[in-house]
Design a protein around this ligand. Sequence first.
Ligand code: DGY
Length: 317
Amino acid sequence: TEQSLPVAILVPGQFNDHAIGRIDRTFRQVKIERADPSLVTDDIRRTVRGIASFGGINAALIDALPNLEIIANFGVGYDSVDARHAAQRGIMVTNTPDVLTEEVADTALGLLINTIRELPRAETWLRDGSWVREGNYPLSRLTLRGRTIGIFGMGRIGLAIARRLEAFGLSSIAYHNRRRVEGLSYDYHPTLKGLASAVDTLISVAPGGASTEKAVNAEILEALGPNGVFINIGRGSTVDEAALAAALANKTIAAAGLDVFADEPNVPQPLLDAPNMSLLPHVGSASEHTRSAMADLCVDNLVSWFSQGRALTPVPE
Ligand code: DGY
């Protein structure tokens, strides 16, 4: 049985069912349609001390809640929470690291292989009856064999991807990160351009935010070369999507696979039209198992904060 805490928690917009159930049993849950300060009533303003959400928490919403103590973000990435403003107001922000690492790394490998071996196209071909009519499936142009891999964002997920790639027999792995990761033998490149010039396959796990905005641009894609493959499992905002669509159309690179987009759930038409493009609707962590674990960690942060005065997984400073 869960303890009951007499605290109002605001849940703006759509949210995970498992998390909603737990918040309902533990707290007084207050729902509003979306994270919009104009929807904050007097009662919400007076009583709400915590937020649980998929993100989208800006300074105006934070300032509409004078008694707010904690924002529990569902997801490891918290670029859509104004964490700096929260910190200035002394408000705790938590995220859900670790519990999704292996799932997202699995999805990254799936997307990489789908992109390179065109497996979704092969399935469509089977279902269309082409196998019966035409015989063998036309060979895929690309292979994973012999690829040199660059990982943009060597955190927990980047490392889990690198370990999987080693198990696939790919030993040429390098990375770019804000800073070198201690104790890691992979080649470190202090610039993304340096990394892109040294590899033919770039996997982005980089977080969103101002410092990575459109970091993967035309110049970076060109540096990958005509055999180049770009995979994004991090945040769509890190890519110049128009430049990516053009790079595929012009065969500047060979293929790309995206799980994330700059303006989700909208996928720009040039990306939908681009040749050799594999697209997924942000499903990196989207198994019932992992989303429940994320929901539990999100709510456990609220429970720990309001019962013991400490958060379990505060976002880094
Ligand atoms: C995350 O955890 O940041 C994923 O993108 C899921 O939202």
